[in-house]
Design a protein around this ligand. Structure first.
Ligand code: NDP
Length: 309
């Protein structure tokens, strides 16, 4: 029988179904060291998520590991190089979440520009009868910069066309055949943009890509929308730029040290704070689960995964 090491809980439905079909070791419910000492040799497959990842040191403790099957598209928390070195297959769940993550990014953009969350807090606090809010920023017709025009970035760009926005983007290289303008220099893209949306991967190659120079170029009227990873932004620089008014606003779904949100951000009215919910709809989570199952079953049948990282 295949032995699966599950690193953390996914949906209740998935946890139950996996345990019904396979011998499952639940690492998060156990003394992890003791479990790995006792059962590490017998583990064939790791089931994990973008959140729980899979480190090189864990891979080292699983000498017979053959596959890492992950829930989520981002794999910055999985040591893919360590897996590759041992020819361990790694899968993620791309594409099925594009629309919902892009919906959220666009919702965050509108919220930040039009102060929707702020206005909601204003009404709930009973402040409407005695005061008003400052005027907001228009969304339609503005300039949208996208950092990472991939699957999710394209879905964000598609939404922008309905708002008559101009779109430019920055990737490491231009997307062949793209109708959107490419900007090799990220600071230049930020200078041009009213809104800068981040949809690139996390990990070392993008760490602190959004630094003070980029934030200052985006400027006191510019807004940053991050649905990528907290690691992509120099978070202390972001906090400082917002406190100093060097950046106009920010809408964040991801943070450097989740679930920690810097205290300074909590007090700022021009910041929208979400708890990493990009793909968190019933429909998308079900589709992600189904793709995870398809990867697992295909690996068990044929020794390969459908959506390899
Ligand atoms: P894709 O791989 O399709 O797109 C990523 C894009 O980023 C590519 O266009 C790539 O272009 C660009 N990119 C990669 N590295 C760099 C770099 N160093 N500098 C600039 N651009 C770069 O990924 P997806 O669209 O499927 O997903 C993107 C990310 O969104 C995920 O990795 C994940 O971190 C995040 N995400 C967040 C969610 C949330 O809940 N908030 C949910 C789902 C995903 P090129 O290679 O040419 O540079």
């Amino acid at each position: 029988m295949t032995c699966i090491l599950q690193l953390g809980p996914l949906t209740d439905r998935f946890n139950r179904a996996l345990a019904a079909e396979h011998e499952v070791l639940r690492l998060w419910e156990a003394d992890a060291d003791a479990m790995l000492d006792q059962h590490g040799n017998g583990v064939d497959i790791v089931v994990t998520s973008a959140r729980f990842g899979c480190t090189a040191s864990l891979i080292d403790r699983l000498p017979n590991l053959r596959a890492i099957i992950s829930f989520g598209v981002g794999y910055d928390a999985i040591d893919v190089a360590a897996a590759r070195a041992r020819q361990i297959a790694v899968s993620n769940t791309p594409d099925v979440l594009n629309e919902c993550v892009a919906d959220l990014a666009f919702g965050m953009l509108i919220d930040c520009a039009r102060q929707m969350s702020r206005a909601d807090r204003f009404v709930r606090a009973g402040e409407w009868p005695s005061g008003g809010l400052p005027l907001a920023s228009r969304v339609s017709g503005k300039r949208l910069g996208i950092v990472g025009l991939g699957r999710i970035g394209e879905a964000v760009a598609k939404r922008a066309s309905g708002f008559d926005m101009q779109v430019r983007y920055h990737n490491r290289r231009p997307v062949e055949g793209s109708v959107h303008g490419y900007e090799r220099d990220l600071v230049e893209l930020a200078r041009w943009s009213d809104f800068l949306v981040l949809t690139c991967p996390g990990g070392e190659s993008t760490r602190n890509l959004i630094d003070m120079a980029v934030l200052e170029a985006l400027g006191p009227k510019g807004m940053l929308i991050n649905v990528a990873r907290g690691s992509v932004v120099d978070e202390p620089a972001l906090v400082q730029a917002l406190l100093d008014g060097r950046l106009g606003g920010a809408a964040l779904d991801v943070y450097a040290h989740e679930p920690h949100v810097p205290d300074a951000l909590m007090a700022l009215p021009n910041v929208v704070l979400l708890p990493h919910i990009g793909s968190a709809t019933e429909e998308t989570r079900l589709a992600m689960e189904e793709l995870l199952w398809a990867n697992l079953r295909t690996f068990l049948e044929r020794g390969e995964v459908l959506t390899a990282v």
